[in-house]
Design a binder for this molecule. Structure first.
Ligand SMILES: [Fe+2]
Length: 251
């Protein structure tokens, strides 16, 4: 039986590390290790074997724990040649190229049979936001990637690389003041501990994430004007995405 354990870094970056592990065999795989000591303690406590390290991208806060895990647990970083990675029979982790936040960014999709269960999105997609493109990224590629991720089903659970949800929701509210789903999400957040992970699905995201809501009347009214001369739907969406990213960068 596959489990996902989240580790939260209590610093300004608010990183999440995920340990995927199988209760029966004790096999485990880590995504974006930040604090290697916390992971090693957990692995020892539950008598697990670390089969591999997966990194969504090379920013230091996503690979920080690699060296400690490699030397102490004698395991290596798994590249895209390992995709799809069989976790246990019937459960696979598929590597997906997701350029945008960085050009070599990848995400991981946990599949059970033909069903997509979870998306480990790194710094591509966050709860109610997307990653920035300031350190080696490309906003148009992030737009294309986000559209690709939207083709996954509503039931897919999102495991993002950071907890930025509080600020993201306030930004979302500034984009869509009339969106009641954002009000509800802000209210629900008061009783939740984001450090435990929110367990939001892509369906939840589609209701409150402005970067997934480019058809919103309020967003269009705010960010489009006739003199822009945009008549093609793809061009309109790309313009809105760029503009939202720019606004969020300065928010
Ligand atoms: Fe990053």
């Amino acid at each position: 039986m596959i489990q996902v354990k989240s580790f939260f870094a209590k610093n300004d970056l608010r990183n999440f590390t995920y340990l995927i592990w199988d209760k029966n065999s004790g096999s485990s795989w880590v995504i974006d290790p930040f604090d290697d000591k916390a992971i090693i303690d957990y692995i020892k406590k539950h008598q697990l074997v670390l089969r591999g390290i997966l990194n969504t991208h090379q920013h230091w806060d996503h690979v920080r724990g690699n060296a400690g895990l490699k030397s102490l647990l004698n395991c290596s970083v798994m590249g895209k040649e390992c995709s799809p990675l069989e976790l246990i029979e019937g459960h696979k982790l598929r590597f997906l190229e997701t350029p945008g936040h960085t050009l070599d960014h990848q995400a991981f999709i946990w599949e059970h049979g033909h069903k997509h269960q979870c998306l480990f999105s790194g710094d591509t997609l966050f709860n109610s936001g997307v990653g920035n493109c300031r350190d080696g990224g490309d906003v148009d590629k992030l737009f294309d990637t986000t559209k690709t991720l939207l083709s996954l089903g509503d039931e897919v659970v999102l495991f993002p690389g950071h907890d930025y949800v509080k600020k993201n929701l306030l930004f979302a509210k500034s984009c869509e003041p009339e969106n009641r789903d954002i009000d509800k999400a802000i209210y629900r957040l008061q009783a939740a501990n984001p450090e435990d992970g929110l367990g939001w699905t892509l369906g939840d995201e589609r209701k409150v994430n402005p970067f997934l809501r480019l058809d919103s009347h309020e967003i269009r009214q705010k960010l489009l004007s006739p003199e822009m001369g945009l008549d093609d739907e793809f061009q309109i969406e790309r313009h809105l995405f760029r503009k939202l990213r720019q606004l969020r960068d300065n928010w």
